[in-house]
Design a protein around this ligand. Structure first.
Ligand code: BGC
Length: 416
């Protein structure tokens, strides 16, 4: 009896040591990849780490665009319990780095030669005062349209090249009793559509002046009024249940042929692939009409929270894995995004992925690459949220187009 108890004690003690050991080699990852396509992509990362015997503590916070995840993150940091690694966008990385909360990844960056392969548009956020603070997983872009190919064919619709082509296509679908645009009425989704609509209405200089330079005159301009009028047209072409719908459910409407188009970032492609659909056969991807030469991008990066002292071995391993060329290819093929390094072959990518890589390179070299307003790459969160409020209030009929443009200028000014 005594010996049994002693053995039990020893086993418990051994287990405790083992568990502590396992925890030490775990990374806790806070992210908002909870849809089917996103989870499939996340698995590629999990498996990569498992292959290196690094355990994965999952901390998913549902909510497209990551607003909810950022709220949870603030609560965790405030209570002194920051996760090891956090999915983050653009100016959120800068904000946390400003507060000195992020670990220094320079040793990994140097060893892996990140400086030579990560493009400047991403480095603007991955680096802070010469210090690498985040590892980019991908580059997404928001000015895409996703279409059900057979719905378009059955209604004699070609890929629209201009806003006028697009509105004509919407009218045909409406006439045929099909929901023209699948949309989820959530502020970040309204804003995602607005990225493309504003770019298409006013062109790249207008987009830059309004969303990046935050120029009050441009924000309240006639062109902005016109952009909001186009949002009215979009609003008139969504179904009556759009309010609050998650983005992936809107994608499912296009997948199932209930709707013709969805205007959404290329994470939508992950949903089509997850439903075994093939680009060019089942669905089409094209740039929002009038933005064919532009790319409004956002990049998911993983920032490592400073755990006190040096970056931990697990954090370093995660960062290294994320930016390895083979992972960049394997992950982005599934996620719908394109690699965050300039030296990854497009061989494994489907037609939309190949186009995404080509568009990104062309936009970067012709000065047509801009940070997405909706996804935290054009201005800090306070300004982004102020814009969300106005765009959503207008989309829901609280403001007409003139009032919305005036409110946008005021809201942005107050938020700075
Ligand atoms: C992220 C994507 C994600 C999407 C929807 C975007 O902000 O960059 O990775 O799939 O939100 O959740």
């Amino acid at each position: 009896m005594k010996s049994t108890r002693a053995t039990l004690k020893m086993t418990v003690a051994a287990l405790a040591v083992m568990t502590a050991g396992a925890q030490a080699a775990d990374v806790e990852v806070l992210h908002w990849w909870t849809s089917g396509g996103e989870a499939a992509a996340l698995n590629v990362l999990k498996q990569d780490l498992e292959g290196q015997s690094i355990g994965w503590q999952d901390m998913p916070v549902a909510g497209g665009g990551g607003e909810q995840a950022m709220t949870v993150l603030r609560a965790r940091v405030t209570s002194g319990n920051a996760p090891t690694a956090v999915q983050m966008l653009g100016f959120d990385i800068t904000d946390w780095a400003d507060q000195g909360a992020l670990a220094d990844l320079n040793s990994v960056a140097e060893q892996e030669g990140w400086d030579a392969v990560v493009p400047d548009a991403l480095k603007a956020f991955s680096k802070h005062d010469g210090k690498w603070v985040a590892a980019a997983v991908n580059v997404h872009s928001t000015n895409w349209v996703w279409a059900n190919k057979s719905v378009l064919e059955a209604n004699g619709i070609e890929v629209p090249q201009t806003w006028e082509d697009f509105t004509a296509a919407l009218a045909k679908l409406k006439e045929a009793g099909i929901t023209p645009i699948a949309h989820g009425g959530q502020p970040w989704q309204d804003a995602t559509v607005f990225d493309a609509v504003a770019m298409s209405t006013g062109g790249p200089d207008f987009y830059k002046k309004a969303f990046i330079d935050l120029d009050p005159e441009t924000l309240g301009s006639e062109t902005m009024v016109e952009a909001f009028k186009r949002m009215d047209v979009i609003r008139a072409n969504v179904d009556e249940n759009f309010s609050g719908r998650d983005w992936n459910l809107a994608t499912a409407m296009v997948i199932n042929g209930e709707a013709g188009f969805q205007m959404m970032g290329d994470w939508a492609k992950g949903e089509f692939l997850n439903a075994d659909k093939t680009p060019g056969e089942d669905f089409l991807c094209f740039r929002f009409p009038g933005t064919q030469a532009q790319v409004t991008f956002n990049a998911d990066q993983f920032a490592m929270f400073d755990q006190g002292g040096e970056v931990s071995a697990e954090q370093a391993a995660l960062a290294k894995a994320i930016l390895s060329p083979s992972f960049q290819s394997a992950f982005n093929v599934v996620k719908g995004s394109v690699p965050a390094r300039t030296d990854v072959s497009d061989e494994a990518f489907d037609a939309c992925g190949k186009q995404g890589m080509k568009d990104l390179a062309a936009a970067a070299s012709s000065g047509n690459l801009f940070g997405s307003m909706a996804h935290g790459h054009s201005a800090p969160a306070s300004v982004k949220n102020a814009m969300y409020d106005v765009i959503t209030a207008h989309f829901n009929g609280e403001y007409d187009a003139e009032t919305a443009a005036a409110e946008l200028a005021t809201a942005v000014e107050l938020a700075q």
